[in-house]
Design a protein around this ligand. Structure first.
Ligand code: PLP
Length: 402
């Protein structure tokens, strides 16, 4: 390879923290459906749902418009209501918490484990006991397999058995992860599992999401609510005027996904394993590169887990180094590396502070993590020369900011 040409290419490339991988097969499968009779509400939706069930071992799947829509439907399907308390981790995307608010329930948080960045079951137990002492019960826990690392699901299940709450897995980051050597763990531990197919995720449908469950009545409810609450289910119709007839027993939404998006989903699913393999190779490269740097904490992987690396969250000790994170980001941007931060702790958002009284200091581990975290580029099309450039530039940025 001509080294000069290679340099030029690196300078003009921009690296964001995540991006989609679309090939000709994907495009072809979408085109095929665009030429077919069904753009939406056709057979490709249930084919995609079947592919999800087969891969993730769930009995039922509902493909929906977005991951956020999926969470909303889970909240309604599980019957969350006013005065119900829903607990999640502050280190997640807004939607994991907003779904409680959509249902009129009350959100609360439990801090993360400092090593895994997922909800800390010991802290959760402490909180459950506090609520129990006030004669209050928690309705549900939304546990987020943050970055692609499964939570401590055995511990969560034990707490569920003891305290009797519903368990939701916000699994948007973890497609392809394994827990105790099981890729199909999600629907085994959680009552409902939520997926997103946004372009930065492991597989994409543009926008899109899905809910997996082994609970038939929850699945039925979600399928009805995703399409306005309309039903033709003969077992519940009050009457039947003819083949056109439907009834609405509760108010729903249009949260449907299209057939051509599902065609893309089916095609992408065939590549999930290869995508996750590539992400693991990239993570290994970064682990080796950053692992020995005393100013950087590379993600730790729990013993019984295979990480799926939706994100590669580095913690940089900006505080010890006396470097402003903003300046570090600006330096990287100049070098065409667009980092991101996952996440601003949700309890610190003005909405949650103003409406629920959360404040700085409530969840110190999450807050410290936020100060230090940067998600660096990880997606299947990155090659070794890209990783070399990204890693060296990150270290250079730290040195230049000193
Ligand atoms: C953890 C988590 N939950 C929910 C969502 C919402 O998914 P969507 O963007 O498909 O609505 C996301 C998307 O970023 C996410 O990362």
């Amino acid at each position: 390879m001509n080294p000069k040409a290679d340099n030029r290419q690196q300078i003009t490339k921009t690296y964001s923290y995540g991006r989609q991988s679309i090939d000709n097969d994907d495009i072809q499968s979408v085109v095929e459906i665009l030429r077919s009779d069904w753009l939406t509400q056709g057979p490709t939706v249930s084919k995609f749902e079947e592919a999800l069930n087969i891969k993730f071992g769930s009995k039922y799947a509902s493909a929906v418009a977005t991951g956020t829509a999926g969470l909303h439907l889970i909240a309604l399907g599980l019957g969350w209501k006013k005065d119900d308390i829903i607990i999640t981790s502050p280190i997640t995307f807004l939607a994991s918490v907003n779904c409680a608010v959509y249902a009129g329930a009350t959100p609360d948080f439990v801090d993360i484990n400092p090593d895994t960045y997922t909800i800390n079951p010991n802290e959760l137990e402490r909180k459950l006991n506090l609520y129990a002492a006030q004669n209050k019960k928690i309705k549900a826990v939304v546990a987020v397999d943050y970055a692609g690392q499964p939570c401590d699901w055995s511990a969560l299940k034990t707490l569920q058995e003891k305290f009797g709450f519903q368990l939701v897995n916000d699994y948007c980051h973890a497609l392809g992860a394994e827990y105790k050597n099981d890729l199909q763990y999600a629907a085994k531990y959680a009552d409902a599992v939520n997926l997103s197919f946004h372009p930065v995720k492991h597989i994409t449908t543009g926008e899109g999401g899905a809910v997996l469950t082994n609970n038939e009545s929850l699945d039925k409810k979600i399928k009805t609510l995703r399409s306005h609450g309309m039903t033709k289910d003969k077992s519940i119709l009050e009457k039947n005027d003819g083949p056109w007839y439907y009834e609405m027993h509760e108010v729903g939404f249009n949260y449907r996904i299209t057939d051509f998006q599902c065609a893309l989903g089916i095609s992408q699913m065939q590549k999930l394993e290869a995508f996750v393999d590539k992400r693991r190779k990239i993570a290994k490269y970064y682990d080796d590169f950053f692992g020995k740097n005393k100013n950087i904490i590379a993600p730790h992987v729990s013993k019984n887990v295979k990480h799926a690396y939706h994100l590669y969250p580095l913690q940089i000790k900006f505080d010890d180094l006396k470097i402003a994170k903003k300046n570090f980001f600006a330096y990287l941007k100049q070098k065409n590396i667009i980092g991101q931060v996952h996440y601003i702790p949700v309890h610190l958002q003005p909405f949650y502070r103003r409406n629920y009284g959360f404040m700085a200091g409530d969840f110190p581990i999450a807050e410290k993590f936020y100060e230090r975290e940067i998600s660096i580029p990880i997606y299947p099309s990155l090659e070794e020369e890209d990783l070399n450039y990204i890693s060296k530039t990150i270290v250079e940025a730290l040195e230049s900011a000193l």
